[in-house]
Design a protein around this ligand. Structure first.
Ligand code: F6P
Length: 358
């Protein structure tokens, strides 16, 4: 018997199913008597013993299906060591379910928070394989995460649609792209769809510079301006606040999100009409694009090989076009951010894209 467990945790994204399919196909073709247990709704399923033995039917026809057949939930890492409302020790409960099923290993698909708990379980002695999922592309140690490309496609498509209507009106359009802590998605979608101004969490903006860029376009006879703004974009003034102060400011803010505050300030200063579009969770929805299906099939197959080799405690990453096993302890808790002086930003600035900083 070759018995593994599997779960998907955190915010979902496209290609979770494609990745699970890759792992299971890679194992099924190479080991005897494979049994795959799926835990439902992320770590919740592992904590509370909500699981089912999956069959090959479960993994059939899911390469192109969005979401996750196992469901997902957010279980904050910082609360993992705290007992639940009934006093249950969550870590001990997860270990107990793992051992009860006599699992050879547990395959965990998720982002940064998920990875921290995966590493905790590794430290507790479980055999873990992690697959890097998130539309944010912010997992340290892998060049790319799955979900990122599919989300770029959607964010880009949104900005493309806004572009055509923008060209009919002399307005400023803001498209708010997902990403609270990092701006990879906004950066890629913004550049790929020809945004004029891109605001990222990593590069605090000066509203005067943003307005200067808008006015500059107007002076050049360009009637409209498109801003791609990350959910976590922050002004230079706000960047000076402590984390606690900024959190409080956001909690008490009259604006539904940062884009609406930016919109009001632009409108007040310039008198130009501003419109905000927030594609929100659409960016995580729908089918994975071919790139993500390809990526996940490779990552899944590489994960299957790591499992067959008994090489646990690893994230299966993509580095320089090759799959690579990265020790979880080397990456857990680290964030891959956009460096303000990186080549992408430099090249974008060269063609006139403003990041609201200069
Ligand atoms: O981490 C993925 C992500 O989609 C972020 O880009 C976004 O800020 C966040 O999740 C939204 O979380 P939730 O789905 O819990 O609202």
């Amino acid at each position: 018997m070759f018995r593994i467990g599997m779960l998907t945790s955190g915010g979902d994204c496209q290609a979770l199913n494609a990745a699970m399919r890759g792992v299971v196909k890679g194992l099924a073709a190479n080991v005897k008597d494979l049994e795959v247990y799926g835990f439902f709704n992320g770590y919740k399923g592992l904590i509370y013993g909500d699981y089912r033995l999956l069959t090959s039917q479960d993994f059939s026809g899911i390469l192109t299906r969005g979401g996750t057949i196992l469901g997902s939930s957010r279980q904050p890492f910082k609360l993992m060591r705290e007992p639940d409302e009934n006093g249950l020790d969550k870590v001990e409960a997860m270990k107990s379910n793992y051992y009860k099923l006599n699992l050879q290993c547990l395959v965990i698909l998720g982002g940064n928070g998920t990875q921290k708990t995966a590493n905790l379980l590794r430290e507790e002695g479980l055999n873990i394989i992690h697959l890097p999922k998130t539309i944010d592309n912010d997992i340290f140690g892998t060049d790319v995460t799955f979900g990122f490309q599919s989300a770029i496609d959607i964010a880009c498509n949104t900005i493309d649609c806004i572009h055509t209507t923008a060209s009919s009106h002399s307005r400023v359009f803001i498209i708010e792209v997902m990403g609270h802590k990092v701006g990879w998605l906004t950066l890629y979608a913004g550049i790929a769809s020809g945004a004029d101004i891109i605001l990222l969490p990593e590069i605090p903006y000066d509203i005067k510079k943003v307005i200067k860029a808008i006015n500059h376009r107007a002076e050049e006879g360009k009637g409209f301006t498109i801003l791609a703004v990350a959910e976590g974009a922050i002004s230079k003034e706000d960047a000076k606040l402590s984390k606690k102060e900024y959190k409080k400011k956001l909690e008490n803010s009259k604006y539904p999100s940062v884009s609406y505050e930016i919109a009001e300030r632009i409108q007040k200063e310039t008198g130009i009409e501003v419109r905000v579009t927030v594609p929100g969770h659409m960016q995580r929805g729908g089918s994975p694009d071919p790139y993500d299906r390809f990526l996940c099939t490779r990552l899944g197959s590489a994960a299957a090989q790591a499992i067959m080799d008994g090489d646990y405690g690893k994230m299966i990453a993509m580095v320089d076009g090759k799959t690579k096993r990265i020790p979880l302890e080397k990456v857990a808790g680290k964030l891959k951010v956009v460096e303000p002086d990186c080549q992408i930003i430099e090249e974008a600035k060269r063609i006139g894209i403003s990041f609201g900083d200069k």
